[in-house]
Design a protein around this ligand. Structure first.
Ligand code: PMV
Length: 332
């Protein structure tokens, strides 16, 4: 296998948390106050190309064919950190493509930063371990640490101030327990309050923040056991509880954070009704209005039809479980 130094490509998949991350104990390094558990989605990805160029005075970052200002500070900071690991001074051109809406609560930052560190690792010839890549991706965005791995993934809170133990780790492979994900999109714009600001406001102003942090180990243990024993009902209960607790917590910030719209709420009721009729499905919602229904693969058509029918749903995305981030030589 040939290796052309100085340029590489990578693909990484979005993930959706079943046990949610919300809250940082260190803003600079993105150290979480809680662990989290997620699944990778095969249909939502970011592809990134990194090209070193000694003639460049600054890194440049293009997202979906346009020079990107939003988020480029975090991209440059991460590249700088990776250059210092490898002892390189050479700046890069970064080209990134998402095949799904950016910044709308669909975890674009997760696949984005996982793809970036994976491509940069290869372009700069660092050859870091997946755990180190997870640590670096985390500095870009907390949830990105999980997108280094595929299938079922646990992100550890960690204890160390340098963040070296705040990394993700695989729990089970996608093939161990295949599930389907049906996403009901009801707004395509960028979310009103980003996760970083939302987390900070919540930690500073919600009277319930410490209860959230203290309860998280229980939910992580329940989800770990449900995954290990393939217990769909148990996973459904803990996942819905964690999503609702996150939103209840966010609503209890001052001023309260409202990520749901009316369509979000209607989708949650439909999913609960389907499960009441014996369909293996549960919901989760992140920092945006989109509803993610997690279901048995054989239930996916029924779930998609039910959500498509909800007024305000503009688009249905479907996915299976995805793999971890992969780098490739940039052949040419
Ligand atoms: O990775 P961030 O900083 O965008 O935070 C992600 C927060 C949630 O998506 C709401 C929850 C999660 O665990 O992914």
């Amino acid at each position: 296998t040939e290796y052309s130094p100085g340029r590489a490509r990578a693909i990484a998949y979005a993930n959706v948390a079943l046990v949610k991350y919300w809250g940082k104990r260190d803003a600079d390094l993105n150290l979480p106050d809680v662990g989290s558990i997620s699944i990778a989605l095969d249909a939502l990805w970011t592809r990134t190309r990194v090209e070193l160029d000694p003639a460049l005075e600054q890194d440049s970052f293009e997202l979906n064919g346009q020079i990107e200002a939003y988020g480029s500070g975090r991209v440059t900071a991460l590249l700088k950190r990776m250059r210092s690991i490898g002892g390189s001074e050479t700046r890069s051109r970064v080209f990134s493509q998402n095949n799904f809406p950016t910044g709308a609560g669909l975890a674009s930052s997760a696949s984005g930063f996982a793809a970036l560190v994976t491509a940069a690792d290869r372009a700069y010839g660092l050859d870091l371990s997946p755990s180190r890549l997870s640590e670096l991706a985390r500095i870009g965005s907390g949830s990105a640490a999980r997108s280094i791995f595929g299938g079922y993934v646990e992100m550890h809170r960690g204890e160390l101030p340098d963040g070296s133990d705040s990394v993700a780790e695989p729990l089970a492979a996608a093939a161990d327990w295949p599930l389907a994900i049906v996403i009901a999109v009801s707004e395509r714009g960028r979310k009103s309050v980003g996760s970083t600001e939302g987390m900070q406001r919540t930690a500073q102003t919600s009277p319930f923040y410490s209860a959230w942090v203290n309860n998280q180990p229980n939910d992580l243990a329940l989800a770990r056991t449900a995954i290990a024993t393939r217990d769909f009902d148990a996973l459904a209960h803990v996942s819905e509880a964690s999503a609702l607790a996150l939103h209840g917590l966010a609503m209890s910030a001052r001023p309260g954070l409202l990520y749901f719209n009316a369509t979000t709420m209607e989708c949650l009721h439909r999913i609960r009704r389907l499960r009441g009729r014996g369909v293996a499905v549960f919901f989760t919602v992140d920092a945006g209005p989109q509803v993610k229904a997690i279901c048995a693969p054989e239930a996916a058509d029924t779930v998609a039809a039910a959500l498509e029918d909800v007024p305000g749903v503009t688009e249905i995305l479907r996915a299976g479980l995805g793999s971890g981030a992969v780098s490739m030589d940039d052949g040419q």
